[in-house]
Design a protein around this ligand. Structure first.
Ligand code: FAD
Ligand code: FES
Length: 292
């Protein structure tokens, strides 16, 4: 049975964009003024983002928090500015609007939300496996693990354009391994091949992963065959982000008609221990989502 999600200091912030830059074709990095996030948000948590000026009102969209930081106070009396950074891929109407935002544009941010990664045992080998934009929630995790345990980042994408911010992970002291399906960067092939090699060498490592469902499913199969602990961050479709619409519900491993085991991804996740999830059903609903 899954423990209840922790209570976090979630708030709805009316705020502004500080910068919004294209860092690779179709991938943007947005810095947002976000007082109160430092020391509150946990690796793996997310925000619901809304562009205030858009009509009709744009639904909120969920995005993982890549990083939290602050700009120092300046000598002209401007106080320290806390910010968060999101990295997003432009895939549809919401992210098309986001790409047009500039410094000073007003937005709304609901967060920090959800349950992030559990970091119970900081010693020992850690392997972070990201697929494309799935690397986003792994950065804060790497930051909290890297100086205490041997941490490796395995990142895969279709092509070199999908491999972003790896040098920033390396600056934290993380060793990185890159694969691309077309061989344009790193080793040609799928990142799961590297995961198998690393687990041959470090069979007691703990694995943390985020990415597209086929990759997550393959990571889960490898880890469960080797009895390796795995936490995954799921990217379910979300409308409210706070447990009100039930649009993000997935079935847990214990689910049956007699004993329903529904998991609300936005509140009990997005990070789950892999043994909590019914992977066959998850994979099927991801495929149905794609074809509908
Ligand atoms: C907890 C969480 C964290 C996320 N973090 C990030 C992040 O850091 N960076 C990032 O780029 N994206 C992230 N996403 C996905 C992001 O929310 C969607 O890409 C975004 O909402 C798409 O909005 P849109 O209006 O541009 O596209 P839409 O017009 O709504 O959709 C365009 C296409 O994208 C698909 N899509 C929409 N939402 C999702 C989703 N949640 N998962 C998979 N496919 C989706 C749709 O099915 C459709 O095919 C995250 C999602 C969740 C649930
Ligand atoms: S997104 Fe509404 S309940 Fe999770």
């Amino acid at each position: 049975m899954r423990s209840e999600e922790k209570k976090h200091k979630m708030k709805n912030l009316q705020t502004i964009v500080l910068s919004n830059q294209e860092i690779s074709p179709g991938y943007f990095r947005m810095r947002i003024l976000a007082p109160g996030y430092k020391g509150t948000a946990h690796p793996g948590q997310f925000v619901m983002f809304r562009v205030r000026r858009s009509l009709p009102p744009l639904l909120r969209r969920p995005f993982g928090i890549f990083q939290i930081g602050s700009l120092p106070a300046d000598c002209e009396g401007m106080p320290e500015k806390e910010f968060i950074e999101l990295i997003y891929k432009v895939v549809g109407s919401g992210t098309e609007v986001m790409r047009e935002l500039h410094h000073g544009d007003r937005i709304e941010l609901l967060g920090p939300l959800g349950r992030g990664f559990e970091i119970d045992d900081v010693a020992g080998d850690k392997i972070l496996v990201g697929g494309g934009i799935g690397l986003v929630p792994l950065y804060m995790l790497a930051d909290s693990l890297a100086d205490r345990s041997r941490t490796r980042l395995l990142i895969g994408g279709r092509s070199r354009e999908d491999i972003i911010t790896v040098t920033e992970f390396e600056r934290l002291g993380v060793t990185s391994h890159v694969t691309t399906e077309d061989g344009s960067l790193g080793e040609e092939g799928l990142i799961t091949r590297i995961l198998e090699r690393k687990l041959d060498k470090y069979p007691k490592a703990k694995v943390y992963s985020c990415g597209p469902m086929p990759m997550l499913r393959a990571v889960e199969a490898i880890c469960s065959a080797r009895k390796v602990a795995l936490q995954v961050s799921l990217e379910a479709l979300m409308a409210c982000g706070v447990g009100a619409c039930l649009g993000c519900v997935v079935k847990g491993r214990e689910h049956s008609e007699q004993n329903p085991d529904y998991l609300c991804t936005c509140r009990q996740g997005p990070v789950f221990h892999s043994h909590e999830l019914d992977w066959d059903r998850l994979e099927k609903s991801a495929e149905q989502g794609k074809s509908s």
